[in-house]
Write a protein that binds this ligand. Structure first.
Ligand code: C5P
Length: 313
């Protein structure tokens, strides 16, 4: 019998992030163009006598400390969601070993990627047989980015991000991700955006145009990195930079080293750069590292949680 499962799960960047009206429930209507890139966390799960989470990988101790270690961690909540939807009242505990390469609170949906992997792995471990649609419902309950993290690739997300429309035929693009030592709180960034808009006399509850430009989708399908660079936009960028002024210097450093464009991913603080080749990405990485900023070259799109491996017992 299988009692151990391993799944790898990618980070995402947002190529477009439009923030619309603040809703009565405290969430904002969004239009997001999600794009999964090959920066991967790995999740290994096992049946155990108690719930536990062990973290390792390429993140700092401060980042590890920022991850909830108990039952409020998203992976445990994901497992319990699978149990609930399968009518299991007292689920058998699971131990999670997470090898983290995706920074915590980095605007790269690292926690959501782990949660999506947990949904898939636990469904396999427990042989609960939840359908793709049921897993999507479970994902919605866990967070705005979890539904996309289940599928990967490139997709438009509307509503809170959960109404997904995959975009097929996207060519491969080269990106560089520049990390920050300390994460940014997503609710704080949204709140700052509301403050900025209010200070300009704008009505934060009014509907806004959240259409995804056809030119952006055409650029993704043609593989024209320069055309794509001209279409990228993130409504949260101004708020993230307002909270972390040094991020504008990071963007400048990458652009000076040859990136076509630099922008905040999601609610930040990770800065993503689009380049026109793998060689150019290396140059941008080196320039960032030379001024003490950790950076990696990645490419996308990549598939969602993959490589399910039953490890036997
Ligand atoms: O759903 P998730 O846990 O990722 O959201 C974290 C927080 O980000 C929410 O509590 C909310 O403050 C903010 N948010 C929002 N509008 C969204 C998504 C998130 O205001 N569409």
């Amino acid at each position: 019998m299988t009692d151990s499962i391993r799944v790898s799960t990618p980070a995402k960047i947002n190529l477009l992030f439009g923030v619309g009206a603040l809703q009565p429930d405290g969430y904002h209507e969004v239009a997001s163009l999600y794009h999964a890139v090959d920066l991967l966390d790995e999740l290994k799960i096992k049946s155990s006598s108690s719930w536990s989470i062990e973290l390792s990988g390429n993140i700092s101790q401060a980042q590890k400390d920022a991850v909830p270690s108990g039952e409020d961690n998203l992976v445990v909540r994901a497992a319990k969601q699978v149990a609930k939807m399968s009518g299991i009242e007292s689920p058998h505990p699971v131990s999670f070993e997470i090898t983290k390469n995706i920074p915590v609170a980095g605007g790269l949906a690292g926690g959501s990627a782990d949660a999506a992997a947990a949904l898939i792995a636990v469904n396999e471990l427990w042989c609960t047989g939840l359908s793709g649609e049921q897993l999507h419902t479970a994902a919605v309950a866990l967070g705005s980015d979890v539904p996309f993290s289940l599928i990967g690739g490139t997709a438009i997300g509307k509503g809170r991000g959960e109404n997904l429309e995959p975009i097929e035929g996207v060519k491969k693009f080269n990106w560089v991700l520049a990390f920050s030592e300390i994460g940014l709180s997503t609710p704080l960034v949204y709140r700052r955006l509301d403050e900025i808009r209010t200070s300009r006399g704008e009505d934060i509850t009014a509907a806004r145009n959240l259409d995804v430009p056809q030119k952006l989708i055409d650029a993704l399908r043609s593989g024209d990195a320069r055309a794509l660079a001209a279409e990228l936009r993130n409504d949260l960028q101004e708020a993230a930079i307002d909270l972390r002024n040094e991020l504008s210097e990071v963007i400048q450093t990458g652009k000076s080293a040859g990136a076509l464009v630099g922008f905040i991913s999601g609610s930040g603080p990770t800065v993503a750069f689009l380049t026109d080749s793998a060689e150019s990405s290396q140059g941008v990485c080196e320039a960032l590292k030379a001024v003490g900023i950790e950076a990696v070259a990645v490419s996308g799109p990549v598939v969602g949680p993959a490589g399910i491996q039953a490890l036997g017992n």
